[in-house]
Structure formats: C-alpha cells, structure tokens
Design a protein around this ligand. Structure first.
Ligand code: COA
Ligand code: AMP
Length: 635
C-alpha cells in the first residue's frame, strides 16, 4: 500500500489516475469518459459521462453482494427509549417503497424535495428515497424557524416537502408542523405536496389536498428501482451560513461525492466494510449528510442514528453506552459535545460502567478542538483523539490525520496534514498573489481544482459561487478560515476571516442576526459578534444602539430581541445576550469594528486601530460589558 505522502503527491500530480482508481470502488451503470474535466475553469467536472445511482451504491449493491442480513442502520433514541435496527435488506425495501410513494406524488428525477425532520430513521429513508429517484434533497435542520425554511423553499423550489410532526428536545416537544405551515404561508414558491410523519408524541393536523400521511402513502405504494443519473447531476443542496442572512445553497454531485466519501472511510477514518461508525451529529448538517448517511452506507458499514444529547439523556454516560451496546469502532462528533460531557462528569467516572473494547478512535470536527478537551478525551478514553477540519462546502475532510495510512504524531491544536486532493496554501490577506512563510498566519486557500465531492457551484447561482469563494484569490478557493502551516506541514486553523461564528459546532451568520435585530422598531443600528463560551466554543452577543428618544427598560428590550432572533432564525442560534450601547466603535469610513468589540469582550490584548473614529467608544463598550460580567475570568 502507498504511504500517505505518496498518495497525497499523486492525488495532486495525477488526479485522473488517483481518483480514477478510487472510482472503481463504486458501482457505475456507465463508466465516465473523463475523470476530471478541467476545460472550463472555474467549473470543474468529475466523472463526466458516467452514470450511477447513489442509493443503489448505499443499499441494493450491498444486498446483492451478500450484506443483506447485516445491520445498515441502528436508531438509538434515549429521547423515546427505543433502539431499532434495520438490515441492509430491510432498509432497501423501506427506501424503495417510500421512493415509490414519492413517485406517486409526481416526484421525479431532478425535482427538489425539502426535508424537515427530527433524528428518526425516516429522515434517512427520505434522503435515500430522493437519491433513488434522482431527485435532489435539501434537508433543513429542525432548529430553524419558519422564515429560514421559507427562504430555502423559495431558493430550492421543491415540489414536495417531507416533515416530521415534531422533534423532541429535552423537556419539550418541538411541533414542526405549525412551523412548516407558517413557512408555506411565507414562501412565494408553493410546493404541491407534503408528506408528514406522524410521531406518537404529537399528532399534527393535516391540510386537505396537500399533506399526505407517511404511513398511508407507504401502504398504498409499490417499491421502485433506482434511476440512473449522471455523475455530475446534483444529489443534494445543503444551505449553509454565508456572511449575510441569505444562506448559500451548496450543491453536491452524485459521482464525485460517492467516490470521495467511500475513499474517506478507508483512508481518513480507517474503517472497513461491516464495522460500526457513529457520527453524533444531526442529518440537518453536513456531518450528518456525509457521515451518518452516505459514507458509512457507501462503505457497507453499520451507521448509528442517535436521537439524544451528550448529557441529560439521561446522563453524561450516554455516549459510552451507545459505543458499548452497538460495538462502535469510531465516533465522530464536535468538541462541544465532549466539553458538555466533561462539564458534567469531569472525572469521567461513568466510563467505568461500560465496556469500550471495540472503540478505536474519536474524531472531532466542526469547530476548533481546544487542547484541554483533546487531552481530557485522550486520558479518559485511552484511544487516539483526531481533530480534522472541513466545511459544508468540501463535504469531507480537507485536513486530517489520515488514520488509514497509519497515524501521524498528534500536535494539539492541529488537524494534521492536508487530505488527498487538497492543495492548501496560506495566502497573504493584503496580497492575493503572495504566499505566507512557514508559521505565518494568513488566509487559507485551496488551489483549484478542488477534489471530487466538493461543491461544483451554488444552487442556480454560478456567479454567487465565484463571488463568494473564487474571486478574491484568482485560481484558488477561499475557505473563509485563517491559519498557518508549521515546519512539518501541519495545519493550524485559527479563526474565520468573515462574520461567521461557530456555536456548539453550528455555523451561524452574525449578519443574519444583525438583520433581525435591525428589524426591531426601537433599534437604530446594531452589531453581533461571537464571544468565547466555555461550552459552545462561541456564543453570539448583540449590541444595539436605540433610536433617538427611545427610553426603554433594557431587560424588556433584551427579551424582545432574544425572542425575535428565536422566532426569525430559530433556537439553534442560541442568541441570549443583547446589550444597549450609546454608540458602536467604527472606522472613520463608517465600518463597524466588530473585531475590536470581540477582543474587549474576550479580554484579549487590544491595539485600538488607528482608523477608529473615536477611541473613547471602546471604553464605553468595555463599561457596558462589565455590567454583564465580561470579560469572563479565564480558568
Ligand atoms: N429542533 C428544534 N430545536 C432544536 C434542535 C432541533 N433539532 N436542536 C437544537 N434545538 C434547540 C435546543 O433545544 C436549544 O433550545 P433552547 O435555547 O430552548 O434550550 C437550542 O436549539 C440550542 O441547541 P443546542 O446547540 O443543541 O444547545 P443545547 O444547550 O441544547 O445543548 C450541547 C448543548 C453541547 C449539548 C449541544 O449543542 C450538542 O450536543 N452539540 C453537539 C454538536 C453537534 O451535534 N454539532 C453538529 C456538527 S458536528
Ligand atoms: P460547517 O460548514 O458548518 O461544517 O463549518 C465549517 C467551519 O467550521 C470551518 O470553516 C471552520 O471555521 C470550522 N471548523 C470545522 N472544523 C474545524 C476544525 N477541526 N478546526 C477548526 N475549525 C473548524
């Protein structure tokens, strides 16, 4: 077997040979004519001419190859005290029949289907059924509010929406159906039908002529076969936060995605077909798409769908129980989940109750993995703890310790080395044509073309794709992250270069929150920043300047603003702090100095920029922050 270094070099020098070989692991109806078509930059195509079906590769293929009786999916729900297991044969049958139901509603190849589901097996069934038909799914995370749903409906223009009647959060039932109905009202585009999964915890009222009951639809449907699609046809659109309130529709193709994800299971995660892989995320995020649903199934593994939280369902030992009960080999989650466990069971005492002998590796991603959490997890679990770095746009890891080649030494704070296909450069922020020296922080960019599986464009928005990612540094994809490479080539991802913040591993736009605050009748102007948070990594904090003459009780106003963000964006924004200030710090040209406010709130060393309009505003901000206990004393 080639070494990591050999494969990495080959992937850049001979992408056709490297990815062409990897593609032989996927089953094709028709082989591709070119591995990489680079004749029309910046629009690159992988496996052009090829035809396949992603659902076939995830399910039917494994049944045909003898895995029919192996578990494909284990649904473990401490929220409902249930564990349900589905073999590859059972899951294939369920998906084929549900796909038949969707087809009976008129869903066909190329149509978009929006999925708004809690963490239940039917979420995965819905995604795979779309893939089976060649329809393009767009999953919206359950913690988003109707307005966010409506924005996605208007952009993706789905013919059908699949939703659960409710999600379950500790101590409360989140009724999805009223949120969906409100989104239907708000959106300009009106999907012709919807399928509602009635959960026993909450039965939703149905709209005559539009809403179809999941069970009734399935009972009246026949299974259907997989529909061949072009490798370059879209498999899904997943919306992610950009710097404005309008989310970006990241497109994923079928061919490159299947090849890259299957490859990653062996080489990044060191997982073999038949083994159990658990990504403790949500199907609404890219981690859920790639590593709960597609990659483990493409690879013939057993995947775990966990409906619960790392703590409180019922306790901080729940992850250990799942690993033990289902013989999990590798767990992938966000550092915030481990910070939560650490907070509740600092000595990791609950581990003594479980047998983790099958467990080999913990993978962390979604936000910067702080060294404290890595060390705690290493000491407690006695397995390698592997930080790796990627984004919704990449769909699979950009930087990782590729365990399939043998583990490289871990450097705390680093996701290790670039993964095959990613030619990573650190570019000078001031000069897009100049690369930074070893150890110097700059903008992290990836030389085009990006490897298979990464976004080919934004949904129906080629120009937006260019403007958002490609125009600043010609010939490169701008990741939006800043960092450096050390003398051993190790990557260090330090911060975002834009207004995106990362709250409990969830990527959120401060611009989106600012739009909501600015919509309040008493607010003249505002700024939202991400401040350090011991549990969630970052937490949003809002500053508002009131209209002249407005004299409001600040606590009342805060409640209204917090409520507004919850209503317009959703509880997932975790927006809890809104402060009234007299003025915002700005440059002389009127640009709000959010970075200055963040440094003051986090208690970091601050050099007030020379371009500031009035330096005394920094003191005003510090005084207001002090009233709510910021900066928080570091432990
Ligand atoms: N549907 C509806 N509401 C949801 C939701 C969903 N699917 N998921 C979360 N919410 C709500 C929560 O109930 C919470 O509401 P509240 O403000 O009324 O309490 C809010 O959104 C924030 O949720 P969350 O970020 O999950 O915070 P939490 O305080 O409930 O839990 C952690 C904190 C650390 C336990 C939790 O964030 C976690 O498990 N993180 C794991 C990281 C992860 O999965 N990252 C994904 C990328 S890998
Ligand atoms: P998302 O698109 O939601 O997956 O968020 C991607 C962003 O999360 C990246 O651009 C980074 O800012 C951050 N991120 C993800 N993984 C890591 C990591 N391992 N280390 C540091 N930041 C990370």
């Amino acid at each position: 077997m080639a070494t990591y270094e050999e494969d990495y070099q080959r992937s850049l020098q001979d992408p056709n040979g490297f990815w062409g070989e990897a593609a032989s692991d996927i089953s094709w109806y028709k082989p591709w004519t070119t591995v990489l078509n680079d004749t029309n930059p910046p629009f690159y195509k992988w496996f052009e001419g090829g035809e396949l079906n992603t659902c076939y590769n995830c399910l039917d293929r494994h049944v045909e190859e003898g895995r029919g009786d192996q578990h494909a999916l284990i649904y473990d729900s401490p929220m409902t005290n249930q564990v349900k297991k589905f073999t590859y044969r059972e899951l294939t049958e369920i998906v084929a029949r549900f796909a038949g139901g969707l087809a009976s509603l008129g869903v066909t190849k190329g149509d978009r289907v929006l999925i708004y589901m809690p963490m239940v097996p039917e979420a995965l069934v819905a995604m795979l059924a779309c893939a089976r038909l060649g329809a393009v799914h767009s999953v919206v995370f359950g913690g988003f509010a109707p307005k966010e749903l409506a924005t996605r409906i208007d952009d993706a223009k789905p013919v059908c929406i699949i939703a659960g009647s409710c999600g379950l959060e500790p101590g409360r039932i989140v009724e999805y159906k009223p949120l969906l109905d409100e989104a239907f009202e708000m959106s300009t585009h009106k999907p012709s039908s919807s399928v509602i999964l009635q959960r026993s915890e909450c039965v939703a009222s149905m709209v005559e002529g539009r809403d179809h009951d999941w069970q009734e639809l399935v009972a009246a449907s026949e299974p259907v076969d997989c529909v061949p699609v072009a490798a370059t046809d879209p498999l899904y659109v997943l919306y992610t936060s950009g710097t404005t309130g309008i989310p970006k529709g990241v497109v994923r193709d079928n061919g490159g995605h299947a090849v890259a994800l299957k490859w990653s299971m062996k080489y990044v995660y060191d997982i073999n077909p038949g083994e159990v892989f658990w990504a403790a995320s949500d199907v609404g995020w890219v981690v859920g798409h790639s590593y709960i649903v597609y990659a483990p199934l493409l690879h013939g593994c057993t995947t775990i769908l966990f409906e619960g939280k790392p703590v409180g369902t019922p306790d901080a030992g729940t992850f250990w129980r799942v690993i033990q009960d289902h013989k999990v080999k590798a767990l992938f989650t966000a550092p915030t989940a481990f910070r939560a466990i650490k907070q509740y069971d600092h000595e990791a005492k609950l581990l003594a109750n479980y047998d983790l002998s099958n467990f080999k590796t913990l993978f962390l991603a979604g936000e910067r993995a702080d060294p404290d959490t890595i060390i705690w997890a290493q000491d407690a679990l006695k397995v390698p703890v592997i930080d790796h770095w990627w984004q919704t746009e990449s769909g699979w890891p950009i930087g990782a310790n590729c365990m399939g080649y043998g583990m490289k030494p871990v450097k705390l704070g680093s996701p290790t080395l670039p993964v095959a296909g990613y030619d990573i450069r650190i570019i000078d922020e001031e000069d897009a044509f100049s690369e930074k020296a070893t150890g110097d922080i700059g903008v992290i960019a990836i030389k085009l073309p990006l490897p298979p599986g990464t976004l080919p464009t934004l949904w129906h928005n080629d120009q937006g794709y260019i403007n958002s990612y490609l125009s600043d540094i010609p010939g490169y994809y701008k990741t939006g992250d800043a960092g450096y490479v050390d003398e051993d080539g190790y990557l260090f991802i330090m911060a975002r270069t834009d207004d995106i913040i990362n709250v409990a591993g969830h990527r959120l736009s401060t611009g989106g929150m600012e739009e909501v605050l600015a919509g309040h009748k008493d607010v003249a102007e505002c700024a939202v920043i991400g401040v350090q948070d011991e549990l969630k990594g970052q937490a949003p904090m809002g500053f508002v300047v009131l209209n002249i003459g407005v004299n409001r009780d600040h606590e009342d106003l805060k409640k209204e603003l917090v409520g507004l963000v919850r209503e317009k964006i959703g509880p997932v924004a975790a927006f809890k702090i809104a402060l009234v200030v007299a003025r915002l710090p700005k440059t002389r040209s009127g640009k709000i100095l959010r970075g200055v406010m963040r440094k003051v709130a986090d208690g970091e060393d601050l050099i007030v920029p020379a371009t500031i309009d009035d330096p005394s505003i920094v003191t005003e901000i510090a005084d207001v922050l002090a009233t709510v206990g910021y900066p928080i004393a570091k432990k």
